[in-house]
Design a protein around this ligand. Sequence first.
Ligand code: NAD
Ligand code: ZN
Length: 362
Amino acid sequence: NTVPVALGDRSYDVRIEAGLLARAGEALARFDKGRRFVVITDENVGAHLATLQASLGGPSEAIVLPPGESTKSWAQLESLTDRLLELGVERSDHVIALGGGVIGDLVGFAASILKRGCNFVQIPTTLLAQVDSSVGGKTAINSRAGKNLVGAFHQPSIVLIDPQVLDTLPARQLRAGYAEVVKYGLIDDFAFFEWCEANAAALLAGDTQAREYAIAHSVAAKARIVGEDERETTGKRALLNLGHTFGHALEAETGFSDKLLHGEGVAAGMALAFAYSARRGLCSAQDADRVAAHLRAVGLPDGLTAAGITASGARLVEHMLHDKKMAAGTLPFLLARGIGQTFLDKTVDLNDVEAFLDEQPR
Ligand code: NAD
Ligand code: ZN
C-alpha cells in the first residue's frame, strides 16, 4: 500500500506494509548516495532499531534518546543537533526518526534547522504516529509557554510504516492511537466510522489486515486534508483538531502526564464535541450517544468522568484559552451535524461551553 502526499515539490510517499522495517534498506536505496544514515530513536524502541540497522546494511549511526514527552525540549534539541553536526551530517543526508510522535516531532524539527534544513525519513512506531503525526510535516518541541509552540513545517522525504512494530506497543498506547483513527471517520467519513465499529476489536487485538486497512485509510484521509491545506491557513486542516480543544483542556488539567494520554484526551474530547453539538441541536442525541458508546466499547474515555476529570467548567475553559489555537479572543471549535459531518465554528460562546461542561456528570 502506497499513499502519495501531493505537495508540489515537497511531495512524498507513505508506504504501509507488514514487515517493511526489515526491508527499509531497499525502500531507502534511492536516497542513499553512498552516505551514512543516522537513526534517532528512543530507549523503548530498541528491538526495532536492530532490525532497521540490519536492513540498512552498511554502517549507520544511531542516537538513542530517553522516552517521553520531556524529550521534546530545547535541551534535547540542542544536544541532538550538536551530535548530528559532530557526525558531519550534510543537507543531502537523511536523518531517520524511528519512534512515536515524540521522536518524529523532535527529529523533524532538528532536520528543519540543521544546516537550514536537511532531509529526514519518518519510520513511526506508535499507532498515533503512524496515522497522524508522521504525515503532514508539522514538527515541534515544547516550551515553557506550552506544548508544540516552537516548531516548523518540514516534510519528510518518505514515510515507512510497518504495522508489525505495533506488536511491542503497550495496549494502552495502542488504544490511545486508535482515537486518532476513529477521528477520521467522525470528521467526514461515516462509512469509515461504521468500519471502525465493526473492526476496532480485531485491530486492537492484533489483526494485521485490520491494522493495515485502518492505517492506510487514515493516512489517505490525512494526506488529502494536508494536500488541501498544508500550513493550516484555509481552515481545512483544522478539521484534524476534532476533539482537541476539549481534549487539550483535559490534558492540561492532568498536567500533560501519563494520567491521561493525548489520544485518551482526544477521545473524551470528541465525545464532548458531539455531546455539545447535540445540546446545541446541531446533531442528534443518538449520534452523540453512538460516538460515546463506541469509544467506551474499545476502552477509551467517553467524557469527563471516564477521563477522571473533576474540574469546573470555568477551569477547563481557562485551559482552552491557553491553547495555541486561540485567535483574537475566539476559540475555534469543531462541531458536528452528524457522524462524518463536522465543521469549524469560530463563534462559539465560551460561557455556553462552560455551562455545558458544568452540566456533565463528575
Ligand atoms: P511517544 O512518542 O511518547 O510514544 C509513546 C510511548 O511508546 C513512548 O514511551 C515510546 O517510547 C513508546 N514506543 C514507541 N514505539 C514503540 C513500540 N513500537 N513498542 C514499544 N514501545 C514503543 O508518543 P506518541 O503517542 O507516539 O506521540 C505523541 C506526540 O506526538 C506528542 O508529543 C504530540 O504532540 C505529537 N503529535 C504530533 C503531531 C504532528 O502532526 N506532528 C500530531 C499528533 C501528535
Ligand atoms: Zn491528536
